[in-house]
Design a protein around this ligand. Structure first.
Ligand code: FE2
Length: 279
């Protein structure tokens, strides 16, 4: 088994069948995941049961409240775009579940049906985003907290993200559960629960403001942090193939699913693993 760091973010792991990890391989995969924030495998052949079994080795499974589920495996959320649909899921920089008090650790995404071209996913390292900030910005954000919510994304108001894009109605639901979400706060800089490294933990989808800042100061700081974190120098564009698996950590990366394959169907199976409170 070999771990090869990739340009920008993440690492590719080769020479392993993730259906049959030995204890030593499992430990090495877990370490690579902690070190790199996202790991990729190629040429895997996972049934739904094997996908679930792989994810369960890393922690309990989070059943997604908003995504359409696999009809036989509730643990599996469908990330789907039909050929006649225009809006994709996750089509902007974000990290999943920052709107929860204990954000999910990460997700194992398996490609099931891919377009002939397009549908790549970008991953950005929030370890690198933090490390490359200038010293005065690091000092400014060291003790700040940010507020996160998913009401404006998954909620029922007509201008909420998915409600405004009605062709997602069959894929994203349960808006009532989003409407009653309470704001949560997390540190702007976290000590990563697995690696101990510092990571920037704000994101353009779910972070709504910096606690204690005026609206304008909050907007300005977040815009500056986002512009820095989006730098392609610390991002990797992952090109899916049949058999590809990506396993990302929500606390160490952002991701962005490109929506450049209109007229073709793309189906991914996502399993999300529970996380913990962040400090
Ligand atoms: Fe996502």
């Amino acid at each position: 088994m070999q771990v090869t760091p990739l340009q920008g973010a993440g690492a590719e792991i080769t020479g392993v069948d993730i259906r049959h990890l030995t204890p030593g391989e499992f430990a090495a995969v877990r370490q690579a995941y902690a070190d790199h924030g996202v790991i990729f495998f190629r040429d895997q052949s996972l049934s739904e049961d094997e996908h679930i079994a792989f994810a369960r080795r890393f922690g309990p499974i989070n059943i997604n409240r908003f995504f359409q589920a696999h009809e036989r495996f509730p643990e599996i959320a469908l990330v789907l775009k039909e050929k006649e649909q225009k809006t994709n899921i996750g089509g902007g920089w974000h990290t999943d579940h920052s709107y929860d008090a204990e954000p999910a650790m990460g997700s194992v995404l398996v490609a099931r049906q891919l377009p002939d071209a397009g549908g790549d996913t970008w991953f950005a390292s929030m370890y690198a985003a933090y490390d490359t900030l200038d010293a005065s910005t690091k000092a400014e954000i060291a003790d700040l907290q940010a507020v996160h919510s998913a009401r404006h994304i998954f909620g029922s108001a007509p201008d909420n993200h998915y409600k405004a894009n009605r062709d997602t109605d069959s894929r994203i639901g349960n808006a009532a559960a989003a409407d009653v979400l309470e704001d949560v706060t997390h540190p702007v800089v976290i000590a990563h629960p697995l690696s101990g490294k510092k990571a920037l933990y704000v994101n353009p989808a779910f972070t709504t403001r910096i606690e204690g800042y005026t609206d304008q100061a909050s907007h300005e700081l977040l815009a500056r942090l986002y512009a820095h974190a989006m730098n392609p120098a610390h991002a990797h564009r992952f090109k899916w193939q049949p058999g590809s698996v990506a396993f990302w950590d929500n606390r160490a990366t952002w991701h962005w699913a490109m929506n450049d394959y209109h007229g073709e169907r793309r189906l991914m199976h996502r399993i999300t693993i529970e996380g913990c409170a962040l400090n």
